[in-house]
Design a binder for this molecule. Structure first.
Ligand code: GLP
Length: 242
C-alpha cells in the first residue's frame, strides 16, 4: 500500500485527477470505477475542466440507492450527471451505474457484473471510505467474496448521508453496490479521504487486524492501492509518511 499525504484538498484532488488523466492518455478506452460522496467532488471538477477526451473511456459506478428515481437530486445518477457526465464527452453507452429502480434487482446486479466482465474489468477504481470503513456500500460484516448485490445501509451510513436528504427518514434504506470481491479485482485502486472525521477509520484501516468488521482493511491485500489523504485524515500517519 502506498500513502500520499497532501497539505490540502485541492492538492489531493489534483493528484487523483492526474492519476486518472495519465491513465486515459495512455489507454484512451480505460475502464474507470467511480465513487460518489463529498471526497471526489474536487477530482470530478478537475477531470471536467481538463482538455482530455473521454470519448472512449468506460465508467462503472460503485453503487446506487434502491428506490430513488434517476431524476431525484440525490440519486447517484444525478450526482454523476452534474459532476461529470454532463461536462465531458463520455458516450452515454459507455457509462454504467446500477439501476436502483430495476424491477428485478438481483437480475440487475448480475447484468452489471456481466457488463463489467465484458469490459475487461476496471483499470483504475477510485474509492472513498465511510466512517465505519464501508467501501461502496459494503458495510461492516460484508464477506470479502461478495459481488454486486442489493444491501441494507448501516444506521451510521444513514446518519452520515442525512445531510444530503434533509433528514434521516428521507435516506433510502437499501442500495445496489459492487461487492468487495468485485472491488478487489480492479487492477489499481486509489482511495481518497479528507478531514478529521476520517482520521479514526484511516488509522483503523492501517492498524487493525484485517477482517470483515472493517471493510476497508481488505485493501491491505490488494497489490496496487494508493491512499491519498489530507493531513487531517492522515492523523499520526502523516508524520510517519512525510
Ligand atoms: C457513501 C458512498 C461511498 C462513499 C462514502 C463516503 O455512503 N456510498 O461510496 O465513499 O459515502 O462519503 P464522503 O466522501 O462524502 O465522506
Amino acid at each position: 500500500m502506498r500513502v500520499e499525504v497532501f497539505e490540502n484538498y485541492a492538492a489531493l484532488s489534483g493528484r487523483a485527477a492526474a492519476i486518472a488523466l495519465d491513465l486515459i492518455r495512455r489507454k484512451p478506452d480505460a475502464v474507470l470505477g467511480l465513487p460518489t460522496g463529498s471526497s471526489p467532488e474536487g477530482f470530478y471538477d478537475l477531470l471536467s475542466r481538463s482538455n482530455t477526451s473521454f470519448r472512449h473511456v468506460r465508467t462503472f459506478n460503485l453503487d446506487e440507492y434502491v428506490g430513488l428515481p434517476r431524476e431525484h437530486p440525490e440519486s447517484y445518477h444525478s450526482f454523476m450527471s452534474k459532476r461529470l457526465l454532463d461536462r465531458v464527452d463520455l458516450e452515454p453507452a459507455n457509462v454504467h451505474i446500477p439501476d436502483g429502480m430495476a424491477a428485478d434487482p438481483e437480475a440487475e446486479c448480475r447484468r452489471y457484473e456481466e457488463a463489467l466482465r465484458q469490459a475487461g474489468g476496471m483499470d483504475l477504481l477510485v474509492l472513498g471510505v465511510g466512517h465505519n470503513g464501508h467501501i461502496g456500500f459494503n458495510e461492516p460484516g460484508t464477506p470479502w467474496d461478495s459481488r454486486t448485490r442489493r444491501v441494507k445501509l448501516a444506521g451510521r451510513t444513514i446518519k452520515a448521508n442525512a445531510r444530503f436528504f434533509g433528514s434521516e427518514e428521507a435516506v433510502p434504506r437499501e442500495a445496489l453496490t459492487m461487492g468487495i470481491g468485485t472491488i478487489m479485482e480492479a487492477r489499481s485502486i486509489i482511495l481518497l479521504a479528507t478531514g478529521e472525521s476520517k482520521a479514526d477509520i484511516i488509522r483503523r484501516t492501517f492498524e487493525e487486524e484485517p477482517g470483515i468488521n472493517v471493510p476497508s482493511t481488505v485493501l491491505r491485500n490488494h497489490p496496487d492501492v494508493t491512499f491519498l489523504l489530507d493531513r487531517a485524515a492522515a492523523g499520526r500517519l502523516g508524520q510517519l509518511v512525510s
